[in-house]
Write a protein that binds this ligand. Structure first.
Ligand code: GLY
Ligand code: MN
Ligand code: MN
Length: 428
């Protein structure tokens, strides 16, 4: 990646932080990367991930115990100078980035003495007498929704890594592998350890594709493989990809539904342009799912009747997507301004994580789904006796589990960049 992208990213971050310092009358902001934490009553630690606002500043995976000090000039990186024979030293990564930083290895907290008077702390640590400022964090989170070119380049890399994993996962499934084997194929092809993926891989075969956050991985090979749903990502410099693919073994009524869902997903993704309220896109995706239910003879009611009776909500019970960045569900998705005003999701869509209007260079996921979830189908039948659903067809479709197709999209002014489809096209 060109260093100039990182340099411009730093300039943008510094501008954002300077504006925040003016608004909050601060002389400096300290951002903590955080420390690893221990399992209860144990001497093993949880997997560690740097606090996103700290990670955002540096072009490598940031270790624990770092502090970033932002004043109005060159930023300063306080690096933990370890004196511990149990662990490997953490060398400061080489690179051109160093010329843009003051780097200060520190054995203790003495560096705090050189801070100016009005300082705010953000991050998970407690540090001397520094005060946490959550209102400041809201301010910075609001800005974080719009990505710099460097951030988009990192997410392009993260997408590329993930797509290699998805292709290997599909191939493993089509040769009869178990969920666990598909998971291992994904990790190997994307060169990731399971603790480094941005979220636990979801690898569901057949009915398990209907479990939205299915995290088990069975070891037995399926007797009759029908569907594979893999929702899995990768990281690059801390930035995530979040991609779902649904693969089928047969050409049949279910694979026709998958093909139509793919067309719906792409039609919705193409509309993720600047100015679009994301809630409106979510509404369109619900209409799209109602149209699929009708076209495929799953529900005979008109689109209007289906929506009035919440029929599609029982097949598609989650939100259309979310902001993506350093966090998989990136910060600020429901935040209406710098001051932290929250835009609640509509009562019909309580799980929608993104309620803002889209801005240029936001990165979002577009991930409509259609599942056969026994619990929700029973609820629909109990609450809406006139549901219009074809119960015979539903019985046939239950063993297929469901469909989700998820791409990572860069919002543009007149069109979008679909990072996921670009990467799949590269390997086609
Ligand atoms: N993988 C989590 C999500 O799609 O939101
Ligand atoms: Mn997602
Ligand atoms: Mn996902």
């Amino acid at each position: 990646m060109q260093n100039s992208l990182y340099v411009r990213h730093l300039e943008t971050l510094l501008k954002r932080y300077c504006a925040a310092m003016s608004a909050f009358k601060l002389d400096a902001i300290v951002v903590a990367s955080g420390q690893s934490s221990y399992y209860f009553e144990d001497d093993n630690t949880h997997p560690y991930k740097a606090f996103a606002a700290a990670q955002q500043w540096l072009p490598f995976t940031l270790p624990e115990g770092c502090y970033i000090v932002i004043k109005r000039d060159k930023p300063e990186l306080i690096w933990p100078a370890q004196q511990d024979f149990w662990h490997m030293d953490k060398p400061i990564p080489e690179g051109e980035w160093q010329s843009h930083w003051h780097i200060a290895p520190a054995l203790n907290d003495d560096w705090l003495k050189s801070l100016p008077e009005n300082v705010a702390l953000i991050g998970p640590d407690h540090l001397g007498s520094l005060r946490h400022n959550n209102t400041l964090l809201d301010w910075l989170n609001y800005d974080r929704a719009v990505k710099t070119d460097y951030e988009i380049a990192c997410m392009t890399e993260a997408t590329d890594i993930s797509v290699r994993g998805h292709l290997a996962a599909q191939a493993a499934f089509l040769s009869g592998a178990s969920e666990f084997e598909v998971h291992l194929a994904y990790l190997k092809a994307s060169a990731q350890d399971a603790i480094n993926t941005p979220y636990p891989n979801i690898v569901g075969i057949n009915e398990h594709a209907a479990v939205l956050h299915y995290e088990q991985k069975t070891h037995h090979r399926p007797f009759r493989p029908l569907t594979l749903l893999v929702d899995a990502g990768a990281q690059y410099n801390g930035y995530a990809s979040d991609i779902t693919r649904t693969t089928t073994t047969l050409q049949d009524e279910f694979s026709e539904l998958v093909d139509d869902m793919d067309s719906l997903q792409q039609a919705i993704a193409a509309q993720a342009v600047a100015g679009m309220p994301f809630v409106a896109l979510h509404d369109q995706s619900l209409i799209g799912v109602a149209e699929l239910l009708k076209k495929h003879d799953i529900c005979s009611l008109s689109i209007e009747e289906q929506l009035a009776k919440h029929v599609p909500h029982h097949f598609y019970p989650h939100g259309l997507g979310h902001l993506l960045g350093l966090q998989v569900h990136d910060a600020g998705g429901r935040q209406g301004n710098h001051q932290g005003h929250i835009i609640d999701p509509p009562a019909d869509h309580p799980f929608l994580r993104l309620t803002r209007h889209l801005n240029e260079n936001m990165v979002v996921t577009i991930e409509p789904g259609l599942y056969f979830i026994p619990m929700l189908l029973e609820k629909l039948k109990a609450e809406q006796p006139q549901h219009g659903c074809n119960l015979t067809k539903l019985e046939r479709l239950l063993p297929y589990g469901g469909i989700r197709i998820e791409d990572n999209i860069v919002v543009g002014v007149e069109g979008v960049r679909n990072l996921t489809r670009e990467a799949f096209a590269k390997y086609a």
